[in-house]
Design a binder for this molecule. Structure first.
Ligand code: SAH
Length: 454
């Protein structure tokens, strides 16, 4: 069986800007070959069993050379694999996608292409700059400022200056001095507008509005780093009025989200949507333990949903019939336990006064241990966050564990309720409690705090 290579444009950075078709291909991949510019939020969609090959092209570092990438794609496809080749932005806009397909087509390997949103247009849009506007220009041009070794750029400045269109330069952080001079010598006024968008569409996006004459100095002054695009044209005049991204309520805020369950993923999404840079702390996992059910009749005391899940997991594992539970009283000690039971189609019972009682509990507590929590390994490096969000007690526990002995300093914790707030206070955090016990309210509280910072 022959394999196949699917060339997929991952979009400019914001993980939401990848196409549905591209994402589906990624979810079905057996091998994924990806570049440096692909966002971590996208790489998460790669199935656990798939082979991941990072051919990251770090400027200066030693990237995997192009012919080597071509060879990897060919080899994997010939081994019958479903290969996804993920590239930043669009695959054919300075992505060398064409070169990768040449070798495949020579060898008769099947391939498909899923276009992506190019950073050239997306970074402009996230900076409030429409690539074209009827009042200002009639065309848009995407140009590379990449120069081969020490050669001069081979650009037709006279033509570019005459076009009267929007000029968007990629790969130009190191070369814009030469480009700006070329354009001015060709007749473009030095005060012609120019915008630089660094890390476009990402929460750390930076927009600098300058002029063609000043842009190279601006790169040095502001220490602009790749990836960045340079937009030359009158449309840049609109960027102040049309900027929507920098105005998002959590733009630029760095937030840690403790991630005990599904819930926090929704919170992370919610915070990202308003511009936050979210790092999800690795989750504490719960694991159901193997145990012996006591002989009925017995009151089984269930402190929480984890105990219920462990009980049913145990039934499944031993091939038991769920009706065997009819000979026990299932006594819930919390809302969570009752909810979990109802999920399995079982209704909570009242305890029977004549029967003995046994509690099914977490490892280390008094009773029969039926589940345990496995904590993630401590995180390395700086905490480097403006906020941490807590929506459950187990989240606080996971946070404490990942921080190990580091001093959280004045880190601000936004907590969903009094219990999480209390636990966070015990860790020495600067605690704020949401007005209501909802994810939405946590997000709102954080937005209000971030807005007040200046
Ligand atoms: N195929 C890609 C471009 C690859 S060339 C695309 O369609 O976007 C790499 C160049 O793309 C970088 O040097 C930079 O100029 C630009 N680029 C990529 N991602 C960017 C981003 N998030 N913000 C600004 N520029 C970006």
């Amino acid at each position: 069986m022959g394999g196949k290579v699917i060339l997929v444009g991952a979009g400019p950075g914001d993980a939401g800007l990848m196409t549905v078709k591209g994402r589906r291909a990624l979810e079905q991949a057996e091998v994924v070959v990806f570049d440096r510019l692909v966002d971590a939020g996208i790489l998460e969609a790669i199935p656990a069993g798939a082979e991941k090959i990072d051919v990251g092209k770090n400027a200066g570092d030693h990237p995997v050379p192009q012919h080597e990438i071509n060879r990897i794609l060919l080899e994997k496809a010939q081994a019958g694999k479903r290969v996804v080749r993920l590239k930043g932005g669009d695959c054919f806009v300075f992505g060398r996608g064409g070169e990768e397909l040449e070798l495949l087509s020579e060898h008769g390997v099947d391939f498909e292409v899923v276009p992506g949103i190019t950073s050239a247009l997306a970074a402009a849009a996230y900076a409030g700059i429409p690539a074209t506007h009827r009042d200002f220009c009639a065309s848009v041009h995407i140009i590379t400022g990449h120069r081969r070794r020490n050669e001069r750029l081979d650009l037709d400045y006279e033509a570019l200056a005459r076009l009267n269109g929007t000029l968007i330069f990629l790969m130009s952080v190191a070369t814009f001095g030469e480009i700006g001079r070329g354009l001015i010598d060709a007749g473009l006024p030095p005060e012609h507008r120019c915008a630089i968008v660094e890390n476009g569409t990402r929460p750390e996006q930076r927009k600098l509005i300058t002029t063609v004459g000043d842009a190279a100095a601006c790169v040095v002054r502001e220490n602009v780093q790749s990836p960045a695009i340079f937009i030359v044209g009158r449309v840049c005049e609109l960027s102040e009025r049309m900027d929507w991204f920098d105005r998002l309520p959590l733009k630029g805020a760095r937030v840690l989200v403790a991630r005990p369950r599904e819930d926090s993923h929704r919170l992370a999404e919610r915070l990202r949507a308003v511009g936050a840079r979210v790092v999800e702390l690795p989750a504490a996992r719960t694991e159901a333990l193997t145990f012996e059910l006591p002989e009925p009749p017995v009151n089984l005391l269930l402190p929480d949903g984890y105990a219920v899940e462990a009980l049913l997991e145990q039934m499944k594992r031993t091939g038991a019939d769920i009706r065997a539970l009819a000979r026990y009283a299932l006594v819930c000690e919390s809302e969570g336990a009752a909810r979990a039971l109802l999920n399995f189609g079982l209704r909570p019972d009242a305890p029977d006064g004549d029967w003995p009682s046994v509690r099914l509990c977490r490892e280390g507590e008094a009773g029969i241990a039926v589940w345990r929590r496995i904590l993630p390994p401590p995180m390395d490096g700086e905490i480097g966050a403006d906020f941490v969000a807590f929506t459950t007690l187990s989240g606080v526990e996971a946070f404490r564990h990942s921080m190990s002995h580091r001093d959280p300093g004045g880190l601000r914790a936004v907590c969903i309720g009094p219990q999480t707030a209390e636990a966070a206070r015990n860790l020495g955090l600067n605690v704020f409690q949401a007005d209501e016990p909802t994810l939405e309210s946590v997000a709102k509280r954080m937005e209000a705090l971030w807005q007040m910072r200046n």
